[in-house]
Design a protein around this ligand. Structure first.
Ligand code: PDD
Length: 285
């Protein structure tokens, strides 16, 4: 049994029901977060809740819970599910209305939903060999900094990768790297880690922040700047980062090897730093 939470009630996931009039269902009108949990400790919960708050504010959707209330709900979901490491999914929509209309309902009662899954981090083989990715033009909207549940473009773009037997689709907008369909993308050139600057065209990843903090703490040179498509295609290393993928080396882009086609030295080092950080800090809460 998977324990979920829906509008004040804790219940088995397969018993959770929402109205077909919910604006999340009709319009994709809502926000979400995915929070990794290590040995029962939600990682960077405050940061995930701050990003949720930002998304909700931009969607003009009142945050239904205080930080303390969210922490309590997340803690109960984590305690009620069996896995040592989990991925907690949290969603807030603008709720259900009596009629379907684009404009907001006069009275808003947000729908709050949480569930958990076993945290599925990359396999040892993926870490060892790296993964293949394809690329595509980033045709999403101009507020990719918001973590909204309107993910059709991301789904179509991720499916492009899956159809090609690949792990991710790397996105370029007007010749500049933005991110992946469901991850941030980092580049290594000449021993320097390059990260795209946070702006409205990419999600400000929590894992992205962790990687740059680890780089700063361990004297790994890095630059935050626009990265051109030709620089990505000539990169020594390419990484994808997210709460579930952690830091994963990309070894093939559009069928061509990245660098020498094997995970690079810096990727291996960063993966080790991340695992060490996970086991010494994240697991202890
Ligand atoms: N996705 N960019 C996009 C478009 C994402 O969907 C994600 C994460 C990230 C990485 O963010 P973070 O490091 O905070 O997980 C970047 C989650 C995991 C998902 O939708 O399942």
């Amino acid at each position: 049994m998977i324990l979920s939470y829906l509008d004040g009630q804790y219940l088995p996931l397969d018993e959770a029901r929402v109205s077909p009039m919910d604006r999340g269902f009709l319009f994709g009108d809502g926000a979400y977060e995915v929070i990794p949990v290590y040995s029962g400790h939600p990682f960077r919960l405050a940061e995930h809740l701050a990003r949720l708050e930002k998304t909700l504010a931009e969607l003009r959707l009142p945050n239904p819970h205080s930080v303390a209330e969210w922490a309590e709900i997340v803690a109960r979901i984590v305690a009620g599910n069996e896995w040592e490491d989990q991925s907690v999914y949290l969603q807030v929509t603008r709720g259900a209305d009596a009629v379907r209309k684009h404009a907001f309902p006069a009275t808003i009662r947000p729908t709050v939903f949480l569930m958990s899954e076993k945290l599925a981090t990359p396999t040892p083989e993926q870490i060892e060999r790296g993964v293949a990715v394809v690329s595509a033009e980033d045709y999403r909207w101009l507020r990719c900094d918001l973590k909204t549940i309107s993910l059709l473009a991301n789904c179509l773009l991720r499916q492009k990768a899956v159809d090609a037997g690949c792990a991710e689709t790397v996105l370029f907008r007007d010749g500049i790297l933005t991110e992946g369909a469901a991850s941030n993308i980092l580049v290594v050139r000449g021993g320097v880690l390059l990260a795209p600057p946070k702006n409205r065209l990419m999600l400000p990843g929590i894992t992205y922040d962790v990687i740059l903090e680890l780089a700063a703490q361990n004297a790994v040179p890095f630059e935050v700047r626009d990265i051109r498509e030709d620089e990505v295609r000539a990169a020594d290393e390419l990484w994808m980062t997210s709460s579930t993928k952690e830091v994963l080396p990309v070894t093939t882009l559009d069928g061509k090897p990245v660098g020498d086609g094997r995970p690079g030295a810096l990727a291996r080092r960063m993966h080790a730093l991340y695992q060490d950080f996970k086991n010494t800090v994240m697991r202890r809460g």
